[in-house]
Design a protein around this ligand. Structure first.
Ligand code: URA
Length: 244
């Protein structure tokens, strides 16, 4: 359910303010009846008309973006920095990120205008696997990585067990490449987990989100999800399946 003026704005009728005026002027009907109440809640199943013309429902869109580093996961930025929305100049619909990646993190980020879908995929109870590749300072032993697999205590609670794989170590440059899979989405979680074991992250990339990968994309590029991919993600979130 959403407020009538919000629905009108999302459908591209007019700005939120102008939509409120249209409602107050009695130009908007819900299920055949004039509605002048600004707080009125409507759902997708309601029929809404403006000046006798039936509203077209906002088309739901779903994109998979390879977010580059140095871009914020938001639609606007008060500091004027480049945002992920700037990477979709050709898209007219609203488009917002499903969760977020840090400014300095690159990798797979879903973008959509479907609020329910976003809620499902970002809610902690939906345990969707996310796989990151981190370059860390130092080369941890198996034993030193173990706490990540058991869960580490951060200031906002203990993390769930993660899958961790040491991919390579470079003794000359004293750094290691590590793959880590988590299903939570705490703020800066991967960086804080590695801080907690004393191996700070120097570079971070999200390689996978459930069964989705960055295959075929360069940084800054995106592609539409297929209808099947969208459906699978929904099913996974609904059934609580941890996806690969
Ligand atoms: N964990 C982090 O530390 N940063 C991200 O961007 C995503 C997960």
């Amino acid at each position: 359910m959403e407020r009538l003026q919000k629905m009108l704005a999302h459908a591209g009728v007019a700005s939120r303010r102008k939509s409120e005026e249209l409602i107050l002027e009695g130009k908007v009907k819900v299920n055949g009846k004039v509605v002048k109440e600004l707080g009125t809640k409507v759902s997708a199943s309601d029929t809404v008309e403006v000046d006798g013309v039936k509203l077209e429902k906002e088309q739901k869109i779903y994109h998979l973006l390879y977010k580059p580093r140095g871009i914020i996961s938001a639609v606007t930025d008060d500091k004027g920095r480049k945002t992920v929305a700037d990477l979709f100049p050709h898209i007219n619909e609203r488009l917002f990120p499903v969760g977020r990646l840090d400014y300095e993190t690159s990798g797979l980020l879903l973008m959509t205008n479907d609020g329910d879908f976003t809620y499902m995929l970002t809610h902690p109870k939906f345990k969707i696997d996310k796989t990151y590749v981190a370059r860390v300072k130092g080369i941890p032993t198996r034993e030193q990585l173990r706490p990540l697999e058991r869960g580490v205590v951060l200031e906002d609670g203990k993390t769930a067990p993660a899958h961790v794989k040491l991919l390579s170590g470079d003794t000359k440059q004293n750094k290691a490449i590590i793959e880590i899979t988590i299903h939570e989405g705490k703020n800066r979680q991967v960086r804080r987990m590695f801080d907690a074991i004393g191996f700070p992250v120097q570079k971070l990339k999200r390689e996978r989100f459930a069964f989705l990968t960055l295959l075929g994309l360069n940084a800054g590029e995106s592609r539409e999800l297929t209808a099947h991919e969208v459906k699978l993600l929904r099913v996974m979130a609904e059934t609580g399946k941890i996806g690969k």
